[in-house]
Design a protein around this ligand. Sequence first.
Ligand code: THU
Length: 137
Amino acid sequence: MDERALIREAVAARRMSYAPYSSFMVGAALFCGNGAVYRGCNIENAAYGPSNCAERTAFFKAVSEGERDFAAIAVAGWPKDGKPGFAWPCGVCRQVMAEFCDPASFRIIVGTDEDNYTVRTLAELLPEGFGPASLGI
Ligand code: THU
């Protein structure tokens, strides 16, 4: 799946966002090596701490279905009634990506629509990270 199509998936996933506290709606679309796409949205909680980002929702859905091979993720996030903008993955989500993805090749696509996005590798967003390779795994 190309980057434009993956951003469209993330924008569609954003519609499912449950964000009554921040009103910041985020969608993600995770593209697997086998061609499958897993969508995710942010899911907030009245206790705040248990809230989950869209990216981690997508990863946990995929991993729980047996996926282990990931090529790219698209992220689309901006305020509910606000102007579309770029939402870069938080540090916790970058660390979760580092558990399952090759930092040099995994692509992170952040944008608002298929004509407005930026692509980075995980290595660019999480330089000198600590991952499975640090433990010899
Ligand atoms: N959020 C995401 O889902 N992904 C990001 O990349 C940035 C932040 C969510 C968490 C929270 O529900 C809301 O956006 C505001 O921080």
